[in-house]
Ligand binder design. Structure first.
Ligand code: EPU
Length: 417
């Protein structure tokens, strides 16, 4: 397995371009299943999760071609309704094919995603929602088996706003008969991006970006050509890295509006963050102030930025309280950060972080994507050498992260196994 070696303590300077959003690209690539022709997607990031979803789509009988960051998907040959365990277990987002398959083929057999390092992550809201639209669902041999003669619009209430749940149900409702209302829907930019694509395909969707989405079903959708929005978590990770290393980084090709909450929190730490059009300039302060954060559904502070922000607080002046409300086990990075000298006390879903002068490099590893990103940031800030193993988690969600940091002046290398 590859490793990343960092010699920390360098100030990051220069510019970096943000890649397309992983969590927008995944449902959008899947949405091609709803059409009977060739869709073209630009700005698709080169990530392991994207390769997994492409593998799954190809398995379903769909023609997929990739050239650099452009992916074309022709679902006219869609003929297989089964998403096997071997592919689904590598990526939970595979569950996104459930509703499009039922909408197009009237049936689906999708492996249940297993447990996950950051929490139990059930899919009960996806299943309850699809049942409300008239599908019968059985769980057998580790698979969800769903079928419906026809899908019929209905009102669906999510107990918690779920991102992929909202996306999955939107993809069922666009081809259902009549009107569907999704109440307490997720409002993340990735949900809006998917709705924009579906609308371009001919779907009738209202209220996107609010917590009540109304969808009037249509009988067919047409293929589209679209560009994937920039990755807001990658943007936040680079802004935080600039603040942490007291650097000066111009972050290009991003969407400042999507990271408004992160910008405000970073400003409170003393960083100077300025957005103009699709660029953000992030400059770190000499002294980092402590700031509390609580993760919440969008537009709240994203759980996918909690680990990276914690690293910044590890070397801030004073005490910071971090509260994770989305996933029950998203503190995997804490024990590794403590091995690097961070002073963090966990109590339930809160972490009390007492800033130290400096972190010290150490061999570390993590078992999820954002935890791994936080260890990269810790390594960039630490004195001495940090060796990060299990890098494949990073490759799931960050496009060429070490190359981008190297261009900014970091002493970072990937050691190929
Ligand atoms: N939940 C349920 N039942 C469900 C669905 C969700 O109880 O049927 C709970 C979850 O366990 C969690 C909460 O609802 O406590 C919210 O989870 P959500 O469904 O919104 O998460 P997700 O759709 O599985 C997406 C992102 C995650 C991101 C979360 C929260 C994708 C592919 N994944 O997951 O991204 O953390 O929303 O914003 O969009 C990442 O990129 O590293 C990542 C984990």
């Amino acid at each position: 397995m590859d490793k990343i070696i960092i010699n920390g303590g360098r100030t990051l300077k220069g510019d970096v371009s943000i890649s397309g959003s992983k969590n927008a690209a995944l449902p959008i690539l899947v949405s091609a299943l709803l059409t009977d022709g060739k869709c073209t997607f630009h700005n698709v990031p080169d990530l392991r999760d994207i390769r997994s979803i492409i593998e799954l789509l190809a398995h379903l009988g769909v023609r997929v071609e990739r050239e650099n960051n452009t992916v074309t998907i022709d679902a006219s040959g869609l003929n297989n309704h089964e998403a096997p365990y071997e592919i689904v277990r590598t990526m939970r987002a595979s569950i996104l094919v459930l509703c499009p398959l039922v909408a197009r083929l009237k049936k689906a057999r999708v492996s249940l995603p297993g447990g996950c390092a950051i929490g139990a992550r059930p899919i009960n809201f996806h299943l309850k929602g699809l049942t409300s639209l008239g599908a019968s669902i059985e769980l057998e041999h580790g698979y969800v088996k769903a079928s419906a003669k026809e899908l019929i619009g209905n009102e669906i209430y999510f107990d918690i706003p779920t991102v992929t749940g909202t996306e999955n149900l939107m993809m069922a409702a666009v081809l259902a008969k009549g009107e569907t209302k999704l109440r307490n829907a997720a409002r993340e930019p990735e949900v809006i991006a998917l709705a924009d694509v579906l609308t371009k395909m001919g779907a009738k969707i209202d209220g996107v970006g609010t917590s009540i989405i109304t969808i009037k079903g249509v009988s067919a959708l047409k293929p589209v050509t679209v560009t994937i929005i920039p990755d807001r978590i990658e943007t936040g990770t680079f802004m935080t890295a600039a603040a942490l290393t007291k650097g000066d980084v111009l972050i290009k090709d991003c969407e400042p509006e999507h990271v408004g909450g992160i910008i405000l929190k970073l400003k409170l730490t003393g960083a100077d963050i300025r957005a103009e059009n699709n660029n953000i300039r992030a400059r770190g302060a000499d002294e980092i102030e402590s700031v509390d954060i609580k993760t919440l559904p969008y537009p709240g502070f994203p759980t996918d930025m909690q680990a990276q922000f914690m690293v910044l607080m590890s070397v801030a002046k004073g005490l910071s309280m971090i509260t994770e409300t989305i996933f029950e086990n998203r503190y995997i990075h804490v024990s590794e950060l403590k091995r690097m000298g961070a002073d963090i006390t966990l109590s339930g879903n809160s972490a009390m972080v007492k800033g130290v002068n400096t972190l010290s490099g150490a061999p570390v590893m993590a078992t999820d994507l954002r935890a791994s990103a936080s260890l990269i940031l810790a390594g960039l800030s630490a004195k001495g050498k940090t060796e990060i193993s299990r890098v494949y988690h990073l490759d799931r969600g960050y496009d060429a992260i070490e190359k981008k940091f190297k261009k900014l002046g970091a002493a970072i290398e990937r050691i190929k196994d």
